[in-house]
Design a protein around this ligand. Structure first.
Ligand code: NAP
Length: 322
């Protein structure tokens, strides 16, 4: 159980990816009493990538996990508490807000910054969950190495699928992209890169209806269905990589927090403010367009500054009332 202080926190941050950690660096430096929670993927999606080559300041790139560790230590240096615990829910109906953890602990906070990110979408097939980590993956950079000289299927028609498939050709003997439509959603540059790659084959207008294999041998084949002819057939493969988008991690929040149809938190234009004063959303949980570590960090900074302004007004108001 985390050793939470009995004091009221100024800032609570849910999530420790680049968005949450940047927010913590700023609120810590502003001398605000800050606590963060790691959630079920400490460090967020960046910890699932290998080399990050487009984060400014690292001429030769940096391993994702190392970048997160640097940010985490930077946040700690400015006094942020970081705990491994899951937030169960937050009561926004009374101020200060009450944060309830899975282990039964509760504490109070004046502001709440949601930086819980987004998780890879799944197909929802039985074999997919059974063989997760045993041939089924959503992270080419983490698991591609295990498929040296083997055949792999990547599902999806967006930038993620193109990027994963192209990356996987470094290891695999053949990569087949299975996409449910005839048209790719991916940007032209990413499409072209994949289309030009001789190791990539294509199955347009196809869906995966079953994943076969066992824990010992991993994935052995998929059942594919041609959506134009309805023909179903078995397709041998050694691995399945998912590139079908992401779902924002917002399921613990209720209707009091405004979200769009996909569950992304709505924020005011040019701001991280949600519809609840004192609650801010930063990073991929409110951004389905850019989704980059640097943009997540940027909105983390915005959220921290907005929380700081909110607290200054709150404390000024309380002082005036005394
Ligand atoms: P996306 O653009 O939402 O594409 C998801 C793809 O998966 C679509 O082709 C979609 O098919 C397919 N799909 C979704 N659910 C499916 C299901 N249940 N079964 C089969 N197929 C399914 O997601 P993304 O590729 O992760 O990209 C998200 C954002 O990140 C985009 O803005 C993208 O540009 C950006 N991104 C950029 C880079 C880069 O620049 N390096 C890399 C990765 C991502 P439909 O097309 O039929 O809907």
């Amino acid at each position: 159980m985390p050793n939470l202080s009995q004091e009221i926190y100024d800032v609570t941050i849910m999530g420790t990816g680049p968005a949450g950690l940047t927010a913590a660096i700023y609120t810590g430096r502003a001398d605000l009493k800050t606590v963060m929670f790691e959630g079920d993927l400490p460090g967020g999606q960046l910890t699932q990538t290998s080399e990050v080559e487009n984060y400014p300041g690292f001429e030769r790139g940096i391993v994702g996990m190392n970048l997160i560790n640097e940010m985490r230590e930077q946040a700690r240096r400015f006094g942020s508490e970081i705990h491994f615990a899951m937030i169960k829910d937050v009561d926004f109906s009374q101020r200060p807000f009450t944060v309830n953890l899975d282990d039964g602990t509760s504490f109070k906070t004046h502001t709440f910054i949601i930086a819980s990110g987004a998780s890879p979408r799944k197909l929802g097939l039985e074999g997919e969950s059974l063989l997760w980590g045993n041939g089924v993956s959503s992270c080419a950079t983490c698991d591609g190495f295990f498929f040296k000289d083997q055949e792999i299927v990547v599902v999806g028609g967006g930038d993620s699928a193109m990027e994963e498939a192209t990356f996987l050709t470094k290891f695999a003997s053949k990569v087949t992209i299975v996409h449910r439509r005839d048209d790719l959603r991916a940007s032209k540059i990413m499409q072209d890169r994949a289309l030009k790659n001789p190791k990539i084959e294509w199955k347009y207008s196809h869906v995966i209806t079953a994943v076969h294999g066992n824990k010992q041998d991993g994935v052995t084949s998929l059942t594919l269905k041609n959506t134009k002819t309805d023909e179903e057939y078995e397709f041998p493969t050694n691995g399945l990589f998912l590139g079908i988008g992401h779902t924002p991690n917002t399921s613990i929040f209720g209707e009091e927090l405004e979200m769009d149809d996909e569950g992304y938190i709505k924020t005011a234009p040019d701001s991280t403010k949600t519809n609840i004063p004192g609650v801010f959303a930063v990073g991929d949980v409110q951004d389905k367009v850019y989704r980059q570590a640097i943009t997540a960090a940027g909105t983390g900074c915005m959220g921290a500054l907005e929380a700081e302004h909110y607290l200054a007004e709150l404390f000024d108001g309380e002082a005036a009332a005394e």
